[in-house]
Design a protein around this ligand. Structure first.
Ligand code: G1P
Ligand code: ZN
Length: 542
């Protein structure tokens, strides 16, 4: 009953770090999603009769592509599809289902923190058998296949009822609709001390969690309210909506400002958190105290042994290059290996698989561990809760204690969005040309120690990734990093990462903007941001 549908290669852009991400209207073109899915099925490693995991963040067009993918999986020799009820699976939950059920891989439908709806974004990415994003070799092969593809395979079968748990047979393919939360919640219970957190909650510890009308709602309600006993209503915006209520499901000061207002109000709860569209990012904010993602990584690493899943200590810590060096200081103190990888979660895969690192993080609000192969928003929230319950201190007190011990990396990221591509490229080109002349240059109290174009050699497979962003290092541990986003959908986005290190005994209790003022001026002088782009201020500061 397989039907062969002729198709044409498309001139789609190269899939970025997170798979294929386009406007919904693009995905709605006949054969567009199918071409990409068929290209995946044509190139990825799998035995006949393999299992495919399927789910998404519930955004507009999710159910349509799920039905297309189920029919195509039937025509392409898969034996089983595991699909989350309602088409829902958060990215970390999908990673867990792939690993736990021995699937050959999974298709995750999401455009992460980008807005959803008929005029907004959609995305498809493929994760391999270890549960992690497809490595570069695989994404390159998929992309190459999209350039030559001339047919896709499907079957004629009615839509599967995605809203009822159970198995439907389509020819030789068994389609099982699974509870998207169950396996994930069980994994979290195995890592964290739920009874300690429950006791803390009973003693009055309170929280606000903003699910941003995206995928984490059902997970957060089950885990935080049902299992840990937080009051009903602790989870806000807990129902996944196709358009995320018209918001960007991006957990930062801009898009989660309501949570910030709650946490900085006089009657703030003890702990605030949020997650993004597909549940892999996190925001941590205590009463009156925002924790930068870079600091969160360092603080979690320093305290992880307080959670049962990490009681034996960490094997190593990994961070993406633009993430602040706060985690490095923890690694040094704990005598652990520390890795600096290019931007993108896929670079952590080999380190996690080979047991070289246990905890990883990115400045873009991604934190995770070897429990799955994706960053994991709720995992970070639960590890924070576990640590706070055991130590019995506030977020603010924990942060101050951490800085007093390790020093503080004041940090901010400035994004210049929707720049004309040629202007952004010119800025980066000129910056790279100037690298060798930068060291020794002085900007106020700052002196450049060295500057380079970051390149990474994977210690496990030896592969090299070059041209990953420009690092300008100042004496004393401060830094500015410049790179162009690989995930934007409109023009180019320049990201400028600013980091000022204050050692133990230094100025640990100041406001970030004043501490970064010199670096911001230096960044403009070094890269000519205003000169090249005409912009005098960033669009987004996180
Ligand atoms: C952004 C983040 C990066 C993250 C990626 C996927 O990529 O900066 O840390 O891994 O999204 O979520 P960028 O747009 O900077 O290339
Ligand atoms: Zn995401």
């Amino acid at each position: 009953m397989t039907r062969i549908v002729p198709s044409q290669p498309y001139s789609g852009q190269k899939p970025g770090t997170s798979g294929l991400r386009k406007k919904v209207k693009v995905f709605q073109q006949p054969g567009y999603a199918e071409n990409f899915i068929q290209s995946v099925f044509d190139v990825v490693e799998r035995a006949p009769g393999s299992t495919l995991v399927l789910g998404g963040d519930g955004r507009y067009h999710n159910r349509t592509v799920i039905q297309q993918a189920i029919r195509m999986a039937a025509a392409n020799g898969y034996g089983k599809v595991l699909v989350g009820k309602g088409g829902i699976l958060s990215t970390p939950a999908a990673s867990n289902v792939i690993r736990k059920h021995g699937a050959s891989g999974g298709l995750i439908l999401s455009a992460s923190h980008n807005p959803g709806g008929p005029d907004e974004d959609f995305g498809i990415k493929y994760n391999i058998a270890n549960g992690g994003p497809a490595p570069e070799g695989v994404t390159e092969a998929i992309h190459a296949r999209t350039q030559t593809i001339d047919r896709w395979l499907t079957v004629d079968a009615p839509d599967v009822d995605l809203d009822t748990l159970g198995t439907t047979q389509i020819g030789a393919l068994a389609v099982e609709v699974i509870d998207p939360v169950a396996d994930y919640a069980q994994l979290m219970e195995s890592l964290f001390d739920f009874s300690a957190i429950r006791a803390h909650v009973q003693s009055g510890f309170s929280m606000a969690f903003d699910a941003m009308s995206a995928v984490t709602g059902p997970y957060a309600i089950e885990i935080l309210e049902n299992r840990l006993g937080f009051a009903r209503g602790t989870v806000r915006n807990g129902i996944p909506l196709e358009d995320f209520g018209g918001h960007h499901p991006d957990p930062n000061m801009v898009h989660a400002h309501e949570l910030f207002e709650t946490m900085f109000a006089p009657d703030a709860p003890d702990f605030g958190a949020a997650s993004d569209g597909d549940g892999d990012r996190n925001l941590i904010v205590g009463r009156g105290r925002f924790i930068t993602p870079s600091d969160s990584l360092a603080m979690l690493a320093a305290n992880a042994h307080l959670a049962p899943g990490y009681a034996g200590g960490l094997k190593g810590i990994a961070r993406s290059m633009p993430t602040s060096a706060a985690a490095d200081r923890v690694a040094e103190a704990l005598d652990l290996p520390c890795f600096e990888t290019p931007t993108g979660w896929k670079f952590f895969g080999n380190l996690l698989d080979s047991g070289m690192a246990t905890i990883c993080g990115e400045e873009s609000a991604g934190t995770g561990s070897d429990h799955v192969r994706e960053k994991d928003g709720l995992w970070a929230v639960l590890l924070w809760l576990n640590i706070l319950a055991v130590r019995g201190i506030s977020v603010d007190a924990l942060a101050r204690d951490h800085w007093a011990r390790f020093g503080r990396n004041y940090y901010a990221r400035h994004d210049y969005e929707a720049l004309p591509t040629e202007k952004a490229d010119a800025l980066m080109a000129q910056l790279k040309e100037s690298l060798s002349s930068l060291s020794g240059k002085v900007f106020g109290t700052l002196e450049i120690a060295e500057a380079d174009n970051f390149s990474y050699r994977d210690p496990v497979d030896g592969s090299t990734s070059s041209n990953q962003g420009v690092r300008v290092m100042f004496r004393g541990g401060s830094r500015v990093v410049f790179r162009l986003s690989g995930t934007g959908t409109e023009g180019a986005t320049l990201r400028v990462y600013l980091e000022r290190y204050e050692p133990v005994g230094g100025d640990l209790d100041r406001e970030t903007p004043e501490m970064l003022a010199d670096l911001i001026a230096a960044a403009d002088a070094i890269a000519g941001i205003t000169h090249h782009t005409g912009r005098t201020a960033p669009d987004v500061v996180t």
